[in-house]
Design a protein around this ligand. Structure first.
Ligand code: GLY
Ligand code: MN
Ligand code: MN
Length: 462
């Protein structure tokens, strides 16, 4: 945990932004895997972590904007629990650790939310993403389960986004800790990417490195020689020379700050000419994004700048044709990159995605595009110092998508399908860094992880 003053200040800032009403921030419950006591690894809710920092299950935080008080509610453990868990701090002791002076059991929470017999207070809560929390809110507030989401507070969502999207120095340090572990995950896996091994061996290695850093992975590892499948979580393929291996993996620190890094390497440790060609196009797009990222520009504009580099590269190869700006305006290059350049990252690997992507990555000024590819950009808004975002261009030859566009004649003026089809079995490449927007540009966070062709070949052959 950070020191308690951090959490006090965060709650105070939220209270000021919201003005009035009562804010309910439920922490998560344990989630059963196959029976009640065999649970998945416990993951605290990120909003609860941000404002209350505590890792215990079943806690509920309340911020009262009208009387200026904060509360933590939960039932204390009794001896029947302690036999199994060992001694644990009381709810009041936990509350004190994060500067909360008021605590109570769940009956006290119900009394507070019922207004102690008076009028029901105006309760702000975030849209729940777990069924058990939705059921709790329905129960506490006397609304039907199916209606809960419609009562979620947009003002609270926007206030939380405004606060959490600017990372403090101590948050940046945590994120860089997560990237230090990601360095070990990726460099170790690069060395293992040799013919005859299986994807699951490398994924298992990475997961072990994450836990050696004292945290879980930040999302299920993508480790695949079929990188053209964007979120490919199967790990059963044998590594063969000639395949590019896409490794997209990060971890969380014990405080749940995340990393999210992708490296793509040639199985066996040497890029062939085709692999090097595509790799350098994607690398140039990744570097162009970093040159363009600074306060005042939108990430949508940075996405477009990176897209121009990709389009120029494919044009030089003869896959695309025509004017590069026209190609990008038509979205023809998106056939080879159907996703956006990046997303915010922090306490979630896709930071705050539970608030609704449109509220996090966009604002009243910058709205999402409806165009294929650009429409999948998770963060398009104007950049401010303190944003942490990913820079993750890629190139994917997706046979089913190529066939569809060819059959339908999509963007046919810009695409040379005869040339494109020569690449259809290539697979995919993605390169992903986590970057901080600074006052005059951006900084790639963490210790540099081998990224150029020469750096990757060197580490894989060392
Ligand atoms: N791990 C998925 C992503 O890079 O966003
Ligand atoms: Mn990733
Ligand atoms: Mn990412």
């Amino acid at each position: 945990m950070f020191k308690k003053e951090t959490y006090i200040a965060r709650r105070q800032q939220l209270r000021k932004e919201m003005g009035h009403g009562i804010i309910i921030i439920p922490g998560n419950h344990e989630a059963p895997c196959n029976y009640k006591d065999n649970t998945y690894w416990f993951r605290q809710d990120s909003t609860f972590l941000y404002f209350f920092g505590l890792q215990r299950e079943d806690l509920v935080g309340v911020i009262d904007c009208d009387n200026g008080k904060d509360y933590i509610f939960a039932n204390d453990y009794d001896i029947d629990d302690i036999i199994w868990t060992g001694p644990l701090p009381s709810v009041a002791e936990l509350a004190a650790q994060v500067g909360v002076e008021n605590s109570g059991d769940m009956a006290a929470l119900r009394r507070l939310l019922a207004g102690n017999g008076g009028a029901r207070p105006c309760a702000h809560f975030l849209p729940p993403y777990r069924a058990d929390i939705r059921a709790d809110l329905a129960d506490w507030l006397g609304i039907s389960y199916s209606a809960v989401d419609s009562y979620a507070s947009l003002p609270l969502v926007l206030a939380c986004v405004k606060q959490r999207m600017i990372k403090s120095d101590e948050e940046i340090e945590e994120i860089e800790r997560a990237i230090a572990t990601a360095y070990n995950m990726h460099v170790g896996a690069m060395k293992l990417a040799m013919p005859g091994r299986y994807e699951y061996e490398l994924a298992g290695f990475m997961e072990g490195e994450a836990w050696k850093g004292n945290g879980p992975v930040s999302f299920p590892i993508i480790m695949t020689v079929h990188g053209e499948t964007l979120h490919n979580h199967g790990h059963n393929n044998r590594l063969e020379v000639g395949r590019m291996l896409v490794m997209d993996a990060g971890c969380e620190t014990p405080m749940n700050y995340c990393s999210d890094i992708t490296r793509s390497v040639p199985v066996g440790g040497r890029f062939d000419d085709r692999q090097r060609t595509i790799y350098e196009i994607v690398l140039n797009a990744n570097l162009e994004a970093q040159r363009q990222t600074r306060p005042g520009v939108t990430y949508k504009e940075v996405h477009t700048a990176a897209s121009r580099v990709l389009a120029q590269g494919y044009k030089d190869l003869g896959i695309l044709r025509g004017n590069v700006d026209d190609i990008v305006a038509a979205g023809a290059h998106s056939l080879l990159m159907p996703h956006g350049l990046g997303h915010m990252m922090g306490l979630d690997v896709h930071d705050m995605e539970n608030y609704g992507q449109i509220n996090v990555g966009y604002d009243t000024e910058t709205r999402p595009s409806e165009q294929f590819g650009l429409g999948s950009l998770r963060c398009g808004r104007r950049l401010q110092p303190g944003f942490v975002i990913t820079d993750e261009p890629g190139c994917y030859f997706i046979p089913a998508l190529i066939d569809k566009w060819q059959a339908e004649g999509t963007c046919r003026d810009f695409i040379n399908f005869d040339e494109l089809n020569k690449w259809r079995d290539f697979g995919g490449i993605r390169i992903e860094d986590d970057i901080l927007v600074t006052t005059d540009g951006c900084r790639v966070l963490g210790k540099p992880i081998p990224k150029t062709v020469a750096e990757i070949e060197e580490v894989m052959n060392s």
